[in-house]
Design a protein around this ligand. Structure first.
Ligand SMILES: [Zn+2]
Length: 230
């Protein structure tokens, strides 16, 4: 079980850690700043003991085991002390776009059916009629919320508390990580409150200006709104 440092401080760019397991070219550490693919957010890249980390995924003992997938070559041995460092510029874009999707979910009042965050763009899918989605209006409202410069905050509730408040799970296709007895909430006061295990910026102003680059139907219940950083 790894200590997931990004949960308490998503701004940590590097850490010292010990290798606890090796599976081929994938390495598990006792602690990590690397976010594994999940909740729609891409896995982190970076370096570990000087080798490229190509991707990060949940490990066999998820949610608290993390596989750092290294470029092929000599893998550090179990027990080795290593320096792990994120591609921070990429991660920070992911944090900005991830936080932007929380704003988008607040602006568009409809059930969310899916979503994805990549380093250059992010989208949410909504169960809504296309005629209600006007790109210019959505973009203007998003940028108002960015300029409002609202602090975000994370806190934990128990699984039982979450069960008592099913409205906190907004994305039907992305259930929050369960099985630890507790679930992480991300609150943007006055704007959004939902269960989310991803990494976010500390204040909406840090997202910067947003563009709605596309609104497209992906099926009867999936109207996809794609954002980019302006
Ligand atoms: Zn989130």
């Amino acid at each position: 079980m790894a200590e997931l440092l990004f949960r308490e401080d998503p701004y940590l760019r590097s850490c010292e850690a010990t290798v606890v397991a090796v599976h081929g070219d994938s390495v598990e550490l006792d602690r990590t700043v690397f976010y594994p693919l999940g909740g729609g957010q891409a896995g982190d890249t970076g370096t570990l003991a000087g080798r490229r980390v190509l991707d990060t995924r949940k490990g066999p003992a998820a949610p608290d085991s993390v596989l750092h997938i290294l470029e092929p070559g000599a893998t550090p041995a179990v027990g080795a002390s290593v320096h792990a460092e994120l591609d921070w510029a990429r991660r920070h874009r992911l944090m900005r776009l991830h936080s932007a999707l929380h704003l988008l979910g607040a602006v568009v009042k409809a059930p969310v059916t899916g979503g994805r965050i990549a380093e250059d763009k992010a989208h949410l899918d909504f169960d809504i009629d296309m005629s209600r989605l006007v790109a210019a209006e959505i973009e203007a409202r998003l940028n108002e919320l960015v300029r409002a410069a609202v602090d975000t905050r994370a806190r934990w509730i128990t699984d039982a508390e979450l069960d008592a408040h099913p409205e906190l799970v907004k994305t039907m296709s992305v259930a929050p990580p369960r099985g630890e007895g507790r679930v992480r909430l991300l609150e943007i006061p006055g704007i959004d409150l939902q269960a989310c295990g991803g990494t976010h910026v500390a204040n909406t102003a840090e997202i910067g200006a947003l563009k709605v680059v596309r609104i497209r139907s992906e099926g009867k219940r999936n109207k996809r709104i794609t954002l980019e950083l302006a």
